[in-house]
Design a binder for this molecule. Structure first.
Ligand code: GDP
Ligand code: MN
Length: 383
């Protein structure tokens, strides 16, 4: 789950990280009141779950409450990378001398958290990462965490000045505490600003929480923004199905996470692109299958669309006839707009074939054949 900046900053404040006072507003009037209560220059910031808000005009300085009103009206009318701005954060402005980048991110390759640090923070960090990757320092975090002396020695070359190093080291140690205790996969500060009067401040905050840890963080349910989730992702979460949307065009309904991954690998192997990971689970029911089809086609309708739908079912505890009934029911409710390819084998396979045949459908027993057929059909649709 991604947190909005205003939520991430509330979390930051709880861990003692240096953030400036601010509040979220849904209307220009509210923004004006908040600006008045803060006093002085404020920044009006679009609250959408994408980066690059600054470049899209979503970050505006306002010197007076009236200006905050107008800037908020302007920003609330924006759509940034497809996401309408529904709220703005109105926060005290800072007099920035330097912008650094500081993040702790889960490095899945190394199976360790990684501190990432750069003297060239701010809005062009992606550009730095692409063209001058050596300008970003990367340090794996040992399992027992970061020690104060490690934080200082990491920051010393970037900041020099002892007081700044001490403040920034404090920030890094607190960011580590937050990352660890809040079960994050990312805790990022960009920019980590050095102000003209020598303070180190977190002016932006980005936090991604590991959904697998939701069971031990009750409050997370109240943080989730339902409008930012795809309809498919929401449905999958509510029904307890593991689902990850991807960029390809072959929808996959598979039972078991291992088989689902093998299916995606095989699709890639034969030159196709999976549209999703979806594990309908070990046991089966027709309802699960109809839900799975709704999830995939629902998300496809929002995105670029899928060009084929592949079922890959290995019947163990899962009964193939349950799956076949689910497919038939789903098609009766809403006919598919794309070719359907079914591979199934195992428990009650014969019964499944009869159910499918009665509705003019066939299924292969071979995964290899199923995958290749799905890719071929997807290409026909494109052609
Ligand atoms: P992002 O573009 O979505 O990452 O949004 P940020 O919150 O990082 O803001 C983008 C840029 O706006 C920053 O890199 C700063 O240059 C500028 N900015 C943000 N907050 C302030 C502030 O309080 N004062 C000033 N002067 N600039 C700010
Ligand atoms: Mn930023």
């Amino acid at each position: 789950m991604n947190l909005h900046e205003y939520q991430a900053k509330e979390l930051f404040a709880r861990f003692g990280l240096p953030v400036l006072p601010g509040q979220v507003a849904a209307s220009p009037e509210e923004a004006r009141d908040i600006a008045a209560s803060i006093g002085g220059t404020v920044v009006v910031k679009a609250q959408v779950l994408v980066g690059g808000r600054g470049k899209a005009g979503g970050i505006q300085l306002a010197r007076t409450p009236d200006e905050a009103f107008h800037k908020a009206r302007q920003v609330l009318a924006l759509t940034i990378k497809g996401l309408p701005v529904r709220r703005v954060l109105v926060t005290q402005a800072a007099d920035i001398a330097r912008e650094l980048y500081l993040a702790i991110v889960l490095d899945r390759g190394r199976k360790l958290p990684l501190v990432m640090l750069s003297a060239e923070g701010g809005m062009d960090i992606e550009e730095v990462a692409r063209t001058r990757p050596e300008r970003i320092v990367r340090r794996p975090v040992p399992l027992d965490g970061i020690r104060p002396f490690q934080a200082r020695s990491l920051l010393k070359p970037l900041l020099g000045d002892g007081r700044l190093v001490a403040q920034a080291a404090e920030v890094l140690l607190k960011l580590w505490r937050l990352y660890h205790d809040s079960d994050c996969t990312l805790a990022e500060i960009n920019p980590l600003a050095v102000t003209a009067d020598g303070r180190v401040l977190a002016l932006d905050a980005k936090v991604i929480l590991d959904d697998n840890a939701e069971f031990r963080h009750r409050e997370w349910t109240t943080w989730r923004d339902p409008e930012e989730e795809t309809p498919g992702a929401r449905m999958a979460r509510e029904r307890g199905l593991s689902y990850v949307k991807l960029d390809g065009d072959i929808g996959c309904v598979v039972n078991g996470a291992g088989l689902a991954m093998a299916t995606m690998d095989l699709i890639k192997h034969y030159g196709g692109e999976p549209a999703n990971f979806l594990d309908v689970g070990g046991s089966s029911s027709p309802e699960k299958v109809t839900t799975a089809i709704q999830i995939i086609t629902g998300d496809a309708a929002q995105g670029q669309g899928i060009r084929a739908l592949l079922f890959n079912i290995f019947g163990g505890i899962t009964r193939c006839d349950d799956v076949a009934n689910g497919i038939v029911q789903a098609l009766e409710r809403a006919p598919l707009q794309v070719p359907l390819v079914i591979r199934l084998t195992g428990t009650n396979e014969e019964a499944a074939r009869k159910i499918l045949a009665a509705h003019g459908l066939t299924a292969t027993t071979r995964m290899d054949e199923g995958v290749r057929t799905a890719i071929a059909k997807a290409q026909e649709v494109t052609a």
